[in-house]
Write a protein that binds this ligand. Structure first.
Ligand SMILES: Nc1ncnc2c1ncn2[C@@H]1O[C@H](COP(=O)(O)OP(=O)(O)OP(=O)(O)O)[C@@H](O)[C@H]1O
Ligand SMILES: [Mg+2]
Length: 1126
């Protein structure tokens, strides 16, 4: 299989002419059926399906549809994958046999000339082509195929209907091994039309072999067979159509001999067969004359004994014995032999009976002999494919016993056709789990019963008549039928008690009519008894047995005197009924495949479609009924995988790929397409579609979709092609230009010196041309690029619009969902309220008047209790700076909740405070005071918060250095530190010991510890500091006090905050004094002796570094520059 074949999934539905499957016919009527057949026939589509049944129309010309390529095309493909073909059926049957181990039978029916034999040969050749290969296998195949020409030569004849009409029924079982390789076969033959041997209707011929032998045999061989080449020399050969156009008897004779050799016939066997054929021709030339006997009766005598002699020589028969057998007949009864004479008519009858028997027995022997050759050798279990090519329904003007038998056979075939198709249909529904609805159909079992019933069937009564003593004629047989079958609704006769037909002139008195499933057929009873008896006088069979010819002896075993059998041989009807019974039993065990052949015209001509003729065949083959049965359930079915593969482009979810199981994909597809649920059913492995129109709907959509897709693909492809072409051109252009330039430069440099002026001019022109071309190409390329860009822009725009649209859709959907959720919530709340209201209303009557109040109080209590308990277990930590507080559970508790928080905080603070010692308390009080004084007023303050107010930084008591100083002070020293005293004249500073007691501030020399100044606290009027982060402070003295003479002090300390706080505290604790003022300002005055000097604090510039510097600016200004606090 080629790659493309694997890739492209096709279907019966592709490029269909009319409909490929009649089941899809819409509307379904006989006219539309015929119209469809004709349309397809006119387009050389000779095969059409009815489900799995193949209708085949005879094209009467060779079509190119049987080539080895076709065989490959249909090989291993599914039945509905390609357009209808006999190969599809053969392939399906063969694969089902090989892979599923199911025995198959291929039933080919149709009237004479419809193409059954050709169809059977096509099936066989297809199977031979696709099954295994190898020397042994090929030999088997060849033998099986070559059995056809042999049997056709002996069993086929030209008739008015068909130049190669099979005059026998044939069923061939081909046997295969487990691998599907052929092992051999068995052929069964049915009812050869032996009457043709002695007499042919006008315009028809005897069996082909007679003509082939006379035309094709060498002179030598003819001489050996004592024959002449001239057909007209033989009575049994009709002359009016001895040569048939298009039929080369001589060539065919060679083919037949060759085929016989391949099948395995020995030379002497072939010779014997031809001797028998010659003997039959000779027999036909025997003539009889009457010879009066003494008893007054006429006795027949052979007229010209030459033919008799030659015949006896050919067959090794004693001439006198045969001669006698044509004049006398011995009847044996109860051990007695009675000899009676034969008259001329009886002699002719005996001659013809012998000829017919000889030929038909020869034919049966041929079949047996072929079977011996082709029989499978191995004893292992075989798989079997049966091919049945049997005569179709026949309705002639004059119908006799043969037609009756043939039509009976067809009646039986129709019955198993109905049974098996329905059974198969039903089994498929069960297999697929689809509900089965019973289908109404005409069951022809009642007609089969009319013919074959053991007690009162027509065949049984014919046998009864034949075996009955007394005078038996065709009329007595008809009488019997009239009495016994009178009531049967499918039996009609003029003499019937049923008065309905008394005046029916279309029904002659010597006839009866049967309403077959395929139509009414009028049978003339004449010859029924005789043909059923099929008698050959014993004298003749004994004469044959005595022959010195091995083949003849074998053919007439009943002529053996040692095996005299008084019992009559079984009648023809009985034998046929038995073999048809066996055949039907055999077919029923196999999986049937039907080929229904139709003859399009009576002229054996191509291109002619005779409407009425086809209509008739469609009717009697029951094809409409076949379609109806098939459509009664579901018209179309398809496995999920191919179905999804075919229609996946119709749904966004399945295109281009469906990830899940095929069945789910198909379900999604059908839902998306909104196909009504009653239009299809999901089976286990297939989808079943009820109406053809649903399928056509899918097909129509698919077609549209494919067109769109094709346009899209085309568009993309064209774009791609143009672009790649353009890029290639561009690339090439660059390369060519580069090469050219290089070449040109080189050439120019070479030529410029030697070029004559006209060449220079030409070169310039050439250069100009190149330049123009380059420009032109450039323009073209730019234009192309613009186009491509425009295309890309458009594509981008489309995707943006698409995304925008998707976004809008999504947002809308989200809005809708939110709204829905809101509504749902609202509904739930309203519902709860409503329920509450209802419940309250319902139970209100059970409460006393004040119950509501109590419940309310109780509820409130419970809530409060719960609230308090909850709060208790959920209290924040005891740290006063912890800001957390549990959330309020009920809004009505808002006030309480906040108040509780406040109370809790106060309590927590109180608890915290209660842990303090007196000292610690004092420390905190001091800190508090510092905060009141400086917080948010002086930049230095925040850094002091974390420092403990140590007070005695110098450790006055312990340090021996200061012992003298401390002992000189009788008060408790509250603070001792080193400060800087600012020199008022130049702003320079010098260190001093600063001591604070309850009563005074003492400044002493740092080194010597000598007291320099002692300022009683009451003399202090205020302390001034800046707002900045410096440690400067001025101690201002009250005017008029004793200390005032020295002027105010300007100091600086690292512990400014502590010093000022302590000063302020002492003053505020002393009851007898005013509070010390603390001024915080960046500009204040200090008294220096007589002068007042302004101390001004400014932000230091970076050049001053990080330290505070103090400078006397002039008489009235001392400037302190403070670095910006980090
Ligand atoms: N598929 C075909 N392609 C070409 N010609 C065909 C095809 N089928 C049948 N024919 C022609 O029609 C003729 C009659 O076909 P065939 O012998 O198969 O008919 P039949 O149904 O077997 O008739 P019968 O019942 O008389 O034996 C063939 O000899 C052949 O010329
Ligand atoms: Mg045939």
């Amino acid at each position: 299989m080629t790659y493309s074949k694997m890739e492209v999934k096709t279907s019966l539905l592709d490029n269909m002419i009319g409909v490929g499957d009649m089941v899809l016919l819409e509307p379904l009527s006989e006219d539309s059926f015929l119209e469809n057949l004709k349309k397809r026939f006119d387009h050389n589509e000779i095969y059409t399906y009815i489900g799995s049944v193949v209708i085949s129309l005879n094209p009467y010309r060779s079509l190119p549809i049987y080539t080895p390529d076709k065989v490959e095309e249909y090989r291993n493909r599914n039945f509905y994958e390609l357009s209808p073909h006999i190969y599809a059926l053969a392939d399906e049957a063969y694969r089902s046999l090989r892979d599923q181990d199911k025995d198959q039978c291929i039933l080919i029916t149709g009237e004479s000339g419809a193409g059954k034999t050709e169809a059977s040969k096509l099936v066989m050749s297809y199977v031979a082509a696709v099954c295994g290969k190898g020397q042994e296998v090929n030999k088997v195949k060849e033998q099986l195929l070559q059995s056809n020409p042999v049997l056709e030569a002996f069993g086929n004849a030209k008739t008015v209907r068909n130049d190669n009409s099979s005059r026998f029924g044939k069923y061939m079982d081909i046997e295969f091994d487990f691998k599907g390789d052929p092992l051999g076969g068995v052929i069964s033959n049915y009812l050869l039309e032996k009457s043709r041997v002695v007499k042919q209707p006008r315009g028809e011929r005897n069996f082909h072999i007679f003509y082939q032998l006379l035309s094709g045999a060498s002179d030598d061989m003819l001489k050996k067979l004592k024959l002449e080449r001239d057909f007209s020399k033989y009575n049994y050969l009709s002359l009016d159509s001895a040569t048939v156009s298009g039929l080369d008897d001589a060539a065919n004779f060679r083919t037949v001999r060759n085929a016989m050799q391949i099948v395995g016939f020995m030379e002497d066997e072939m010779q014997s067969v031809l001797e028998l054929v010659a003997a039959v021709l000779k027999l036909g030339n025997l003539d009889f004359k009457p010879e009066s006997r003494c008893n007054g009766m006429d006795e027949s005598r052979v007229k010209d004994k030459n033919d008799l002699k030659e015949m006896c020589e050919l067959l090794g028969i004693e001439q006198s014995v045969l001669e006698r057998a044509f004049s006398y007949r011995t009847v044996e009864a109860k051990m007695e032999k009675v000899s009676t004479t034969l008259n001329v008519a009886q002699a002719y009858y005996a001659r013809d009976a012998l000829a017919k028997n000889l030929y038909s027995r020869l034919f049966s022997w041929l079949v047996t002999r072929i079977n011996e050759s082709i029989r499978a050798q191995a004893k292992t279990r075989h798989k079997v494919m049966g091919v049945l090519d049997i005569y179709g329904f026949e309705i002639f003007e004059d119908n006799s016993f043969e037609q009756f038998i043939i039509n009976y056979c067809n009646e039986k075939l129709q019955q198993i056709f109905i049974e098996l198709t329905l059974r198969e249909e039903q089994e498929e529904y069960v297999r697929e789990g689809i509900e089965w609805t019973n289908i109404e159909y005409f069951n022809n079992a009642v007609i089969c019963d009319l013919i074959e019933n053991n007690q009162n069937g027509i065949l049984a009564m014919l046998d009864e008549e034949c075996l009955r003593p007394g005078t038996v004629t065709d009329e007595t047989f008809l009488d019997k039928l009239n009495t016994i079958c009178a009531e049967h609704q499918h039996f009609e006769s003029r003499l019937n008690k049923n008065s309905k037909f008394l005046n029916d002139h279309s029904l002659p008195h010597n006839c009866f009519r049967i309403q077959h499933y395929a139509g009414k057929v009028l049978y003339r009873v004449e010859g029924f008894v005789d043909k059923n008896n099929d008698l050959l006088y014993r004298d003749l069979s004994q004469a044959m047995y005595k022959a010195n010819h091995s083949l003849i002896k074998q053919l007439f075993p009943e002529g053996n005197p040692a095996k005299v059998n008084l019992k009559r041989p079984p009648t023809a009807g009985f034998q046929f009924r038995a073999s048809v019974g066996t055949l039907m039993g055999n077919l029923q065990t196999k999986n049937p495949n039907y080929i229904r052949c139709i003859k399009p015209n009576d002229k054996k001509a191509a291109h002619i479609f005779t409407d009425s003729l086809v209509r008739h065949q469609v009717r009697y083959l029951g094809l409409m009924e076949n379609v109806r049965v098939r459509r009664a359930g579901y018209a179309f079915r398809q496995a999920y995988e191919p179905c999804l593969e075919r229609y996946k482009m119709l749904c966004k979810n399945t295109w281009p790929h469906w990830k899940g199981p095929a069945r789910q994909g198909v379900e999604v597809l059908m839902t998306d397409l909104q196909v009504p649920a009653e239009e299809f059913a999901y089976g286990r492995s297939k989808i079943f579609i009820r109406n053809p129109r649903t399928l056509f709907f899918l097909e129509e959509k698919r077609k549209q979709c494919l067109e769109d897709l094709a346009t899209l693909i085309q568009k993309i492809y064209r774009g791609w092609k143009c672009r790649s072409h353009f890029l290639l051109l561009k690339k090439s252009e660059i390369v060519v230009a580069a090469w050219y330039r290089r070449y040109a430069v080189r050439l120019l440099s070479k030529l410029s010196s030697i070029l004559p002026p006209e060449l220079k001019y030409q070169k310039k022109c050439e250069e100009a041309v190149t330049t123009i071309a380059a420009f032109w190409h450039g323009t073209q390329a730019r234009r192309e690029l613009r186009k491509l860009k425009e295309e890309a822009r458009n594509k981008h725009a489309v995707s943006v619009i698409w995304a925008g649209w998707q976004g809008t859709k999504a947002r809308r959907e989200l809005r809708r969902l939110k709204e829905e959720a809101r509504r749902k919530h609202a509904v739930a709340v309203i519902w709860a309220y409503w329920q509450g209201l209802k419940v309250r209303r319902e139970y209100r009557k059970f409460f006393r008047a004040n119950a509501g109040r109590k419940i309310y109080n109780f509820t409130i209590q419970r809530i409060m209790q719960k609230y308090f308990l909850g709060l208790k277990s959920n209290l924040p930590s005891m740290s006063p700076i912890d800001k957390s507080w549990p959330a309020r559970p009920y809004s009505f508790l808002e006030g309480v909740h906040a108040e509780l928080r406040r109370i809790f905080h106060l309590w927590r603070c109180k608890k915290y405070r209660s842990q303090f010692t007196e000292e610690k308390k004092a420390v905190y009080e001091e800190k508090l005071e510092a905060s009141e004084l400086f917080k948010d007023k002086k930049a230095l303050y925040p850094s002091s918060v974390s420092q403990t107010f140590k007070g005695d930084y110098l450790e006055m008591v312990k340090n021996p250095k200061y012992q003298k100083l401390s002992s000189a002070i009788d008060e408790k020293i509250l603070l001792a530190d080193v400060v800087n005293k600012i020199n008022r004249a130049n702003g320079k500073s010098s260190p001093r010991l600063f001591l604070l007691t309850k009563k005074s501030v003492i400044l002493a020399d740092q080194k010597t510890g000598q007291v320099k100044t002692s300022l009683p606290l009451p003399d202090l009027s205020s302390v001034s500091t800046s707002t900045q982060s410096d440690g400067f402070f001025a101690l201002k003295l009250k005017e008029g006090s004793s200390s005032a003479v020295k002027g105010d002090f300007l100091l600086s300390s690292d512990h400014l905050i502590e010093i000022v706080t302590k000063l302020h505290r002492i003053s505020s604790l002393a009851a007898d004094r005013e509070k010390l003022n603390v001024d915080i300002s960046d500009e204040f005055l200090v008294q220096f002796k007589q002068d007042k000097v302004c101390v001004k604090f400014i932000q230091g510039s970076p050049k001053n570094g990080n330290s505070v510097s103090c400078k006397r600016k002039n008489n009235r200004l001392l400037e302190v520059s403070v670095p910006t606090s980090p």
